[in-house]
Design a protein around this ligand. Structure first.
Ligand SMILES: [Zn+2]
Ligand SMILES: [Zn+2]
Length: 234
């Protein structure tokens, strides 16, 4: 979808209560928005992305090589921005400094680039207990709550039943094995679930969570994230 259409879809939701200065350069913001026109244009938009995993692809290619050969359990990924530059800083402020202003901006940016199909319910990514202890704030859950309110969508919750060791040093296949059986659901799930997260990196967490949701009765699982880390750059 082209940027202009995104902006038209999102603009109605942005007319409410943002401060008057651009979050990125402190110039005057566009009326009712958190940014100025120049900065909005300069943001690292993820304009040509694989429909399934959101990884940047060449223009007019619907799917990336990974999704063609080894498709993940989720059907579509909507990640309107790339995890670079100003967006990296914004996510950092949100995630590690729990900045509500940064979080609100991420929500507004996500609403500019909504998924093509809304789905029945939003699902956040549960944290490991180790993470919960050190950070005490689940950024995925916070985003899902805000988006649920704005889009009038219910939330469903997964539990983490296995604490996987750090994913950092593992390759794609190892990450998937590491996360298998890590999530569980209580009660029946609606048919179409949308996983909400701040940044999609390898997609292996999304894959494991989507597989768990499908096993628990969902018929389609998509991902809606603020930003995508291009593969190989995490
Ligand atoms: Zn600006
Ligand atoms: Zn892909």
């Amino acid at each position: 979808m082209v940027l202009k259409q995104w902006l038209q879809r999102g603009s109605r939701l942005l007319q409410q209560g943002m401060p008057g200065y651009c979050a990125f350069c402190m110039a005057s913001a566009l009326p009712g928005q958190g940014w100025c026109a120049a900065c909005l244009k300069e943001l690292p938009w993820n304009l040509h992305a694989c429909q399934q995993c959101g990884d940047p692809v060449a223009h007019k290619t619907p799917l990336c090589g990974h999704c063609l050969t080894e498709p993940p359990a989720y059907t579509a990924t909507q990640a309107g921005l790339l995890y670079q530059g100003a967006i990296k800083q914004l996510v950092h402020d949100f995630k590690f400094h729990a900045s509500p202003r940064a979080g609100t901006l991420l929500v507004e940016l996500m609403l500019l680039t909504p998924p093509a199909i809304q789905g029945d319910a939003l699902l956040s990514v549960p944290m490991t207990t180790a993470h919960a202890r050190t950070r005490g704030f689940n950024q995925s859950h916070w985003l899902a709550e805000q988006l649920g309110k704005k889009c009038d969508m219910p939330l469903v919750n997964a539990r983490r039943i296995k604490d996987s060791p750090s994913q950092r040093t593992l390759n794609r296949r190892q990450r998937a094995a590491n996360l298998a059986g890590a999530f569980a659901f209580e009660g029946p799930l609606p048919a179409h679930i949308v996983i909400v997260d701040d940044v999609v990196t390898t997609g292996s967490t999304g894959h494991a969570l989507a597989q768990a949701a499908l096993d628990a009765g969902a018929s389609q699982v998509d991902i809606w994230a603020a930003a995508r880390t291009p593969l190989g750059k995490d």
